[in-house]
Design a binder for this molecule. Structure first.
Ligand SMILES: [Ca+2]
Ligand SMILES: [Ca+2]
Ligand SMILES: [Ca+2]
Length: 411
């Protein structure tokens, strides 16, 4: 028991020591990790051109401390603490010989990735060590992805490299002043959320673009050096997307990853379906409340008119029909101008004489079941025969608008 207690005390007081700094680890696309908590990592920067990049994952809301110590080399290091995309959270560029600096941070809920970078400041070698605590706050997570070089030519959509696989890191380079690097990816059927993470590896950044299937889907931005940026898009159905890198300067390199893997497929989207004829499923029979005269320029006059009814629905049609008019200038007052009864089997038609006793714009009222096509004709009609078509209530506005025009003409 005593031995166990002593061991536990020793484990607390003296953290395990691990050699880190396995080159290449220069930047986020080569970052070393994921690191563990409570371990003293040690490394060396060769000169001012060397930087060592590490990453680790924190589980949940924690108050973490990353203590970086200069351990040899006349204070020739600087260090930087980065967030999930290596955006800078804090930096310390002043390390005296043997000095330590603590990066402290309250982490958000969930599992979050953080980066730590140590850079050389002198032409000579410098050594450092660092420890992340508390130990229990640090959790596991995905490794740095292997970079997959892409091939030329890929100058346009037809030549685009791909289809890309999700969760794979692709790299490329702008090799000439007019080099364009195109990549294509296919989204899986259904609604898919895609994320394109991209970064510039060199100091000279190319422009990145995500081109979607829609006219306004294109996103573009300059890639940032050693920092992940993202394009996010919602694909409503299986579609082709393109990622393009252009501009920048000759020699600018980039890396990008599309996620999640399940949102992508290697199968191209089906060709756009030809316009399909409206499906002829007959609507259920329902009472027709009213029909407006479609031709607003025509007008019923006094006398006998002929009303042709065709039973065009799925079933038989029967009932009574009244032709009413709306009094001049008062859209609510209705004046009865004629009526008839009918009984039709499906697909047949009948012509009913309608006595027109009042003038006005026609409004046909039916009280039957069944879908009825109505045709009104006769020598007493001005402007020829009237085709009366079914008008639902929500189309009122359309039926009224021409009437206003009509009235204006007569004022
Ligand atoms: Ca390095
Ligand atoms: Ca290229
Ligand atoms: Ca190219």
């Amino acid at each position: 028991m005593l031995i166990a207690a002593v061991c536990a005390l020793t484990a607390l007081a003296v953290p395990a020591v691990a050699m880190a700094d396995v080159e290449p680890n220069d930047g986020i696309t080569e970052a070393e990790g994921p690191l563990a908590g409570g371990i003293a990592y040690a490394g060396t920067v060769a000169n001012e051109n060397d930087r060592d990049t590490y990453f680790f994952y924190v589980n949940g809301q924690q108050q973490i401390d990353i203590r970086v110590t200069e351990t040899g080399g006349a204070g020739c290091i600087e260090s930087r603490f980065g967030g999930p995309d290596n955006e800078e959270l804090d930096e310390d560029s002043i390390f005296a010989e043997g000095e330590s600096h603590d990066f402290t941070y309250s982490t958000p809920p969930g599992v979050t990735r953080f980066y730590l970078e140590v850079r050389g400041r002198c032409s000579s070698e410098a050594r450092y060590a660092f420890t992340i605590s508390p130990t229990a706050a640090i959790t596991g997570g995905g490794p740095t992805l292997m970079s997959n070089p892409t091939t030329e030519p890929n100058e346009n959509a037809e030549q685009a490299f791909g289809p890309l696989v999700g969760g794979v890191a692709y790299t490329g380079e702008i090799q000439t002043q007019n080099d364009e690097d195109w990549f294509k990816l296919y989204t899986a059927p259904g609604t898919q959320q895609i994320d394109v993470a991209y970064t510039s590896i060199g100091e000279c950044s190319p422009e990145a673009e995500l081109k979607g299937p829609g006219e306004y889907d294109d996103l573009s931005n300059y890639a940032s050096f050693d920092e992940w940026q993202h394009f996010t898009a919602t694909s409503a159905s299986a579609s082709a997307y393109y990622v393009r890198f252009t501009r920048g300067c000759v020699g600018s390199r980039y890396e990008f990853v599309v996620n999640p893997p399940g949102a992508l497929t290697l199968s191209p989207p089906p060709p756009p379906a030809p316009p399909t004829a409206p499906v002829s499923t007959p609507p259920p029979a329902k009472p027709h409340r009213g029909y407006a005269i479609a031709n607003p320029g025509a007008k019923v006059e006094k006398g006998n008119a002929l009303l042709e009814l065709m039973c065009a629905g799925a079933g038989d049609c029967a009932g009574t029909v009244s032709l009413v008019a709306r009094a001049n200038g008062d859209s609510d007052a209705k004046v009865f101008i004629g009526s008839g009864t009918f009984a039709l089997t499906r697909g047949t038609s009948v012509v009913l004489p309608v006595a027109v006793s009042k003038l006005g714009m026609g409004m046909l009222h039916l009280s039957p079941l069944g879908q009825v096509h109505v045709h009104l004709s006769g020598h007493d009609l001005k402007g020829g025969s009237l085709l009366l078509t079914a008008t639902e209530h929500h189309r009122k506005h359309r039926a009224h608008h021409p009437r206003r025009r009509h009235h204006h003409r007569h004022h």
